[in-house]
Design a protein around this ligand. Structure first.
Ligand code: SF4
Length: 118
């Protein structure tokens, strides 16, 4: 079973327990599908705007055995707070640069309500 780590938006922490992320990972559905059922071994926030802890926290999750990093749907689709992170592309680029090609970075975890079909 793949070991995965999820980075979420800190703005959603007070509201969202991450249920859809955990369910999708366990079932190997949606964005987890290419990896099959996954074990979430890290679930951290970006550290707050502008996401300055996302790189260090991703690297720490990899150090602790994470094989794939996911940026949660709350970051790139703005669920459930209604707006996408304005920094998500910079965050993605910085994480990719730090982790290199050996650790895949996946954008999103599960469908957002406004997705037609995913
Ligand atoms: S930087 Fe983006 S992901 Fe992080 S708290 Fe701010 S809006 Fe959320």
């Amino acid at each position: 079973m793949k070991k995965v780590g999820i980075i979420r938006c800190q703005q959603t922490e007070h509201l969202c327990p991450g249920t859809a992320d955990f369910k999708a990972a366990k079932a190997g559905k949606f964005k987890f599908e290419p990896f099959g059922p996954c074990e979430v071994i890290g679930f951290v926030s970006c550290g707050g705007c502008p996401g300055k802890q996302a790189v260090a926290r991703s690297a720490e999750m990899v150090k602790r055995g994470t094989e794939v990093i996911f940026m949660a749907t709350c970051i790139c689709k703005g669920t459930p707070i209604g707006f996408a992170c304005p920094h998500w592309e910079a965050m993605r680029n910085a994480i990719e640069k730090k982790l290199g090609p050996n650790t895949p970075l996946v954008i999103g975890t599960h469908p957002a309500p406004d997705d037609k079909k995913e």
